[in-house]
Design a protein around this ligand. Sequence first.
Ligand code: T3D
Length: 259
Amino acid sequence: MNDEATHRVERDGGVVTVTLDRPDALNAQTRASRAALLRDLRVLSSDDGVRCVVLTGAGRAFSAGQDLREPDALVDVDVMIRETYIPIIETLVDMPKPVVAAINGAAAGAGLSLALACDLRYMADGAVLMMAFSNIGLVPDCGGTWLLVRAVGHARAFELAASGRRVHAPEALSLGLVQRVLPGDELQAAAHATAVELAARPTQALGWTKRLLRAAEQSPLSDVMELEAQLQASAVKTHDHAEGVAAFLEKREPRFEGR
Ligand code: T3D
């Protein structure tokens, strides 16, 4: 799936783990690595057999963001952001199935944006999060502002962006930036176990739930309730709704198929 070998894609039933794999560069992103990642994320998004995705990093970092050693990284930076970073973030946010970030190490700059675009974040106790942009005189990009302000509110988002400081795991947990902190050697198993549980849930309904929650962050109540009604009209027609009701009435566990 990945000619450039800058990430790995591994499948275990309905769970797919995508591992950013430039460990010597702290999984920093290049144009080529982003193009490959985008291509594979789009494949996973449209594959109905994939029911949950885990995003993580190889080695000691999740991702250090833009590779600051990449030649010509700043040439036509707005075009580069539009063509690679933005569609990656949109593909993660819009993916019609859950995405779990397993933050194994530093997530900085655009690397933090990648993690924030996921639905759940599990973090190793030794990892750090960094809105690194201001440290090098840049503004946050790749949805960093939109995602962070929704996670922690304006004042905290501003403080984290303005300081560019390291946020360690206990603080990240207390801020709600991550949902669980685990010992480093337990992180991947915990993220995978959660992914397996999520993959056994009614995937279509979860995808529509993601869409509703994002709409709820930015639309008036009346608009969101109308969208809820429309998506519920689709949900009641699914196999998983029929199965869920049947399982409830028969007092057994449901066997959701994601359709
Ligand atoms: O610029 C554009 O194209 C616009 C788009 C911007 C999007 C962005 O993501 S901007 C933000 C870019 N990222 C950063 O500024 C993060 C810079 N890195 C760090 O702050 C720290 O390295 C980390 C917090 C990620 C990890 O810290 P630590 O103490 O564990 O490691 P270290 O010693 O700082 O780094 C280890 C090596 O990785 C070091 O190289 P060396 O000295 O061993 O040869 C360091 O230079 C290198 N490295 C770290 N981050 C990057 C990097 N090399 C290239 N690009 C990086 N982003």
